[in-house]
Design a protein around this ligand. Structure first.
Ligand SMILES: Nc1ncnc2c1ncn2[C@@H]1O[C@H](COP(=O)(O)OP(=O)(O)OP(=O)(O)O)[C@@H](O)[C@H]1O
Length: 728
């Protein structure tokens, strides 16, 4: 921090009084902020948000639900105490938890000034006010300063210091003591990735920014054309005096800042659009229906993800290049029209573009073949990596690379054909322009036109050459991105469908229950879970897995689900935990049909530990793996509970042995956990989600009898309602 910002930061948090919202009005603050930030809000408020919490630790969860009910989301910035100010600079529009003399309150940060000194907030009377950013920073930092602040205050009260210095010393001491303490600096309000594309594009001001790109491109061309006209006219008429040269230089120089502005606008828009695409792809990958995702196989998904990077680059580069090429071409066309060849020149240029267009369209087939060969190769590579150890043990070494060689040959063949086609297009774009240029100039020469007119013809030909070349490159890129789009389309569709529930217009959205509407314990007399006449069939399978499946489960019950291998137990578990949707029949949770719950709401009531081959230890700390289903960031209480559970499940010994205890890195690149240890972590992960119904699918198969009894006792005690799947 600079001294100036330290001085600003030294002010107490009290000035925020009257500018921040009480916790109970947090949802109103969110709405006011969304309105002022121009984010779309639904017309009707059909969704239930529940009562505001009195506990500041639950504020985030409640605000998340409030944002979700408005079709928006809050993105947390979790940062160090000393980096709060930096985080706030790029957080807006955001809600901040701040400490004032009234306790924890909510600040609605609309934007931070360009200098980073002041911030515009929306006050509870819905007026916009400017405050020093340091006030907000201090208010946020105070969230974790509690006991340290009183100790520091006590020490400083003994030192006879003038007030400004005391405040500076207080800030410095607290900053040093809490340098590594993390806290939630802000909750940025934004559209969820699955929201309608037009809302996202509007939020990014795409149309005005594109218009700016267009205007700048036209201005640059006007400068270039004027410079060329000045020098051309002077040269052909033999009057190249200083005045003409100065005017030419001036035009050339004017184009430089314009070019810089164009590059900056283009770059920043490309960056925003690329971030949007990546968010949508990630959300789509996570929202893919489980069976659809499995059908393709993990390798195919990795392949598709790789292709998405290419699609993004080609789409952005292709769009901008083509847009600028169209500007160039329009100007080239109008110059050609006013040149010696007139309409004939224009027709020649147009015909030439059509010819190139046909060639580019033909390239599409080659590009598709090349892309498919690449996706197949990535898929095969990943499958081989996954099955590597099995192949080492089971397959003859002489057969290891047979398929690889065939795939490589197919890929290199497709590559060669694509490269040859691309070379044809670019060569034609370059070479074919000569005849067009001759058509543009020759009539003037033959008719003995004046030098200025011939100069216009030469200029038109040069301008046209550049425009056609850019158009060919842009069109090839756009064509490529269209082909790659079909490879990533399933993920983008899944993202769009996942956002459909929170449709911004509120037209189609059915009222959905957010988690907080159902936190109270269920009544024992009412059915907690009802499955009625459920039917399910895998798309690839000719016969149904579940037919007429029915079960009613009351709170507190312990249910054992037995059946032969392949009878559909795991399939039913995946329907109960919301991973799959039944073909027909009804699944009710607390009397409400699955479609009336949000995904989060359902997940907050019922969770499970899937079978071993469906469950994974993720590379990260053991704590992260255990608390995967808990809100982020984890509280000290969460970690304490995870530790307790590990002890109860017989993992205490393991925690002792690990050098970093519960913070030990585990997974592929960390501590390799045994089969039995992993299965207990999966059980703990399900129990730590604090849900009403826990479903354990063959969770005890890897345990010895003593450990199994221990685990069963823990599960019996911790799970409010339990469904255990096991073989007879
Ligand atoms: N994607 C799929 N396409 C077609 N059939 C599938 C698919 N996934 C599972 N199945 C089939 O559905 C049936 C039910 O599978 P499920 O895993 O639910 O059985 P289960 O009773 O849990 O078996 P187990 O006790 O062996 O774990 C099996 O016959 C399985 O082969």
């Amino acid at each position: 921090m600079t001294r100036a910002s330290e001085e600003r930061a030294a002010r107490p948090a009290e000035p925020l009084a009257g500018l921040v919202w009480p916790m109970a009005r947090g949802a109103e603050a969110l709405e006011a902020l969304a309105r002022s930030a121009g984010l779309p809000l639904p017309r009707t408020r059909a969704k239930v948000v529940g009562q505001a919490p009195t506990d500041p630790n639950r504020l985030g969860e409640w605000l998340d639900a409030a944002a979700q009910s408005q079709g928006l989301e809050l993105d947390l910035a979790y940062t160090r105490h000393g980096e709060v100010e930096k985080a706030l600079l790029r957080a807006s529009p955001a809600l901040l938890d701040v400490v004032t003399s009234e306790g924890v309150q909510v600040a609605a940060l609309l934007r931070v000034s360009a200098s980073g000194r002041t911030a515009r907030v929306i006050a509870p009377d819905e007026t916009e006010r400017d405050v020093p950013l340091a006030w907000l920073t201090s208010g946020v930092q105070a969230l974790v300063e509690g006991t340290q602040a009183s100790t520091v205050d006590r020490v400083l009260s003994r030192a006879a210091m003038p007030e400004p210095q005391r405040l500076l010393a207080r800030r410095a001491l607290l900053g040093a003591q809490l340098a590594n303490t993390h806290l939630v600096a802000s909750r940025t309000l934004r559209l969820p990735p699955g929201a309608r594309l037009v809302h996202h594009l509007k939020a990014l001001s795409t149309a005005p920014r594109l218009a700016l790109v267009l205007v700048l491109a036209i201005l640059i061309q006007v400068c270039v054309l004027s410079a060329w006209w000045l020098i051309g006219r002077g040269a052909f008429e033999g009057q190249l005096d200083h005045g003409w040269l100065w005017a030419w230089a001036l035009m050339g120089l004017t184009a430089v800042p314009l070019q810089a502005a164009l590059a900056w606008t283009q770059g920043s828009l490309a960056l925003d659009l690329s971030a949007l695409l990546r968010r949508r792809l990630l959300a789509g990958a996570l929202a893919m229906p489980v069976d659809e995702a499995k059908r393709g196989g993990i390798g195919e998904y990795v392949g598709r993800t790789f292709e998405s990077a290419g699609m993004e680059q080609m789409a952005l580069a292709g769009s901008f290049t083509s847009l600028l090429a169209v500007v160039d071409l329009t100007l080239a066309g109008s110059v050609t029209l006013s040149g010696p060849a007139g309409m004939l020149g224009l027709v020649a240029l147009g015909g030439y573009c059509v010819l190139l267009g046909v060639l580019v369209a033909r390239q599409s087939l080659l590009f598709r073949g090349w892309t498919e060969a690449r996706v197949v190769m990535t898929h095969a590579l990943i499958e081989r990596m996954l099955g590597h150890r099995t192949r080492l043990a089971q397959e003859q070494p002489s057969r290891w690379h047979e398929e690889e060689d065939q795939e490589l040959a197919r890929y290199s063949d497709a590559s060669e054909r694509w490269d040859a086609g691309t070379a044809r297009v670019t060569t034609l774009a370059r070479r074919g322009l000569l005849p067009v240029a001759i058509i543009a100039i020759l009539p003037g020469v033959l008719a003995g036109a004046n030098t200025a007119s011939i100069a216009v013809g030469v200029g038109a030909a040069l301008l046209g050459a550049r425009a056609v070349m850019s158009l060919a490159v842009g069109a090839l890129a756009l064509m490529g991105s269209r082909v790659l789009f079909s490879a990533v389309r399933p993920m983008l569709d899944a993202a769009r469908l996942s956002g459909a529930a929170g449709d911004q217009d509120g037209k189609d959205a059915a009222p959905q229950v957010t988690p907080l509407a159902a936190t109270e314990a269920p009544s024992r007399s009412q059915a907690l879970l009802e499955v009625r006449d459920v039917y399910f069939k895998h798309p690839a399978s000719p016969r149904a897995v579940l037919e007429g499946a029915s079960v009613v489960i009351h709170p507190g019950e312990r249910v054992l689900l037995e059946g032969a291998s392949g009878s559909g137990k795991s399939t039913l578990a995946s329907i109960l935990t919301g991973l799959r949707r039944q073909g027909s029949g009804v699944v009710l949770l607390r009397g409400l049909d699955m479609s009336t719950w949000t995904q989060d709401g359902w997940g907050a009531q019922i969770a499970g530990a899937p079978q071993f081959h469906e469950n994974h230890i993720i590379s990260g700390t053991l704590a992260m793996n255990l608390l995967l289903g808990r809100a982020w960031p984890h509280t000290q209480d969460d970690v304490k509970l995870a530790r307790e559970l590990c002890e109860e499940l017989g993992l205490g010994d393991l925690l002792q042995r690990m050098p970093a205890g519960i913070l030990q890195m585990v997974g592929e690149r960390g501590w390799q956990l045994s089969h039995g240890e992993q299965s207990r972590i999966f059980v703990a992960r399900a129990l730590l989600q604090r849900v009403q119904v826990v479903v354990l699918d063959e969770a005890f198969g890897a345990l010895d009898p003593v450990t199994m009894r221990k685990v069963m006792a823990c599960v019996e005690q911790r799970a409010p309602t339990l469904i255990v799947i096991a073989h007879p």
